[in-house]
Ligand binder design. Sequence first.
Ligand code: HEC
Length: 138
Amino acid sequence: MSKRTFIVFGLLVVVLAVAIPWLVFNSKGDAQSGDQKVAANLKSGQSLFQTNCGTCHTLYSAGTDGNYGPNLDELLAPNGPPTGETAKSTFESTEGRVLAAVQNGLDSSTPGRMPGGILNEEQAKEVAEFVGHTAGEG
Ligand code: HEC
């Protein structure tokens, strides 16, 4: 083949083999796209969430899309994760709210039964920390 065809063909291969997977990999996924990267200390909370909460709740950072309970991104951080000086206290209050829901359950509406006590204290704290720090991402 001529040199020119060769170059065109080469470019095509580069586009197909490198650029497309790169674009796919770097595009923002939706709630169904599975695991999102989280800090190492939040990993066990993430997997606890996927196992125990994801069937009822959508949460971007866990890649879950349950819709029996409220979408926790929208409920807990409708404007995205907190930033700035108040971020830390906002994380902490969200965490407290999640912990209370997990430990005590919640049943304020129909249809709506959030079961309480499905995790032990340690696990409940891990999940609350994970949700508190990642709700609103995505
Ligand atoms: C069986 C389905 C179900 C499971 C499992 C479940 N939830 Fe829920 N959750 C609900 C429903 C329904 C509500 C809304 C309850 C209401 O408003 O009456 C809710 C509400 C919440 C809220 C909102 C609390 C508030 O202050 O408004 C949080 C936070 C929450 N769930 C976190 C979790 C976490 C974390 C887990 C896993 C440990 C979990 N949920 C497991 C169904 C579920």
